[in-house]
Design a protein. Structure first.
Lengths: 115, 111
């Protein structure tokens, strides 16, 4: 079974802090994704990566950056956390570019609260 | 602008009922549609639909895609309390491979 592990289940940070959310997958997947999930808005894509050191903006990249130095690890960085970044963050991975035959596998999520 | 819309947004039923969840989309270069179930934690994959009119089935759950109507339904028969979850629909675009998610339908099954 594919395992996608997010380092923290719950995080509480103060406004202006730099926040790192870590995600590791153990199935040698090429693709990795960061989403945020908010009530009534569903899942929205922040950033994704098709390969090591490659990254592409999703639909809501403002206020975020990412790092993919190793194939198995994809980090989401909030340079200066703000209260409107309070949300559930979900990491996901998939095997094949384009997702034609490979559904996403999700981590358990990190619930971030910015006070 | 591409969008995926699910209905209803929430639903409360009793055990044994049958439910139908809807997903409609307006997405250029459609590739496939996926359904996920999310309980307390990670969304788990249910179905991937690519061809119109072919039903996918897993136990009491089934789903079908209608490309003419740009929609899909997810049916759950003889519901159980363990079916209580958020059901997510997502569409994949050919050009980017990205998933576009709907808002989700929150299903509560009462004993």
């Amino acid at each position: 079974d594919v395992k996608v592990t997010q380092s923290s289940r719950y995080l509480v940070k103060r406004t202006g802090e730099k926040v790192f959310l870590e995600c590791v997958q153990d199935m040698d997947h090429e693709n990795m994704f960061w989403y945020r999930q908010d009530p009534g808005l569903g899942l929205r894509l922040i950033y994704f990566s098709y390969d090591v050191k490659m990254k592409e903006k999703g639909d809501i990249p403002e206020g975020y950056s990412v790092s993919r130095e190793k194939k198995e690890r994809f980090s989401l960085i909030l340079e200066s956390a703000s209260t409107n970044q309070t949300s559930m963050y979900l990491c996901a991975s998939s095997r094949i570019r384009g997702l034609g035959n490979s559904p996403l596998h999700f981590g358990n999520g990190t619930r971030l609260t910015v006070t | 602008e591409d969008k995926v819309v699910q209905s209803p947004l929430s639903l409360v039923v009793h055990e044994g009922d049958t439910v139908t969840l809807n997903c409609s989309y307006e997405v250029t270069n459609f590739r496939s549609l996926l359904w996920y179930k999310q309980e307390k934690k990670a969304p788990t994959f249910l179905f991937m639909l690519t061809s119109s009119g072919i039903e996918k089935k897993s136990g009491r759950l089934s789903s079908i895609l209608d490309k003419k109507e740009l929609s899909s339904i997810l049916n759950i028969t003889a519901t159980q309390t363990g079916d209580s979850a958020i059901y997510l629909c997502a569409v994949v675009r050919v050009s980017t491979g990205k998933l576009i998610f709907g808002q989700g339908t929150t299903l509560q099954v009462k004993p």
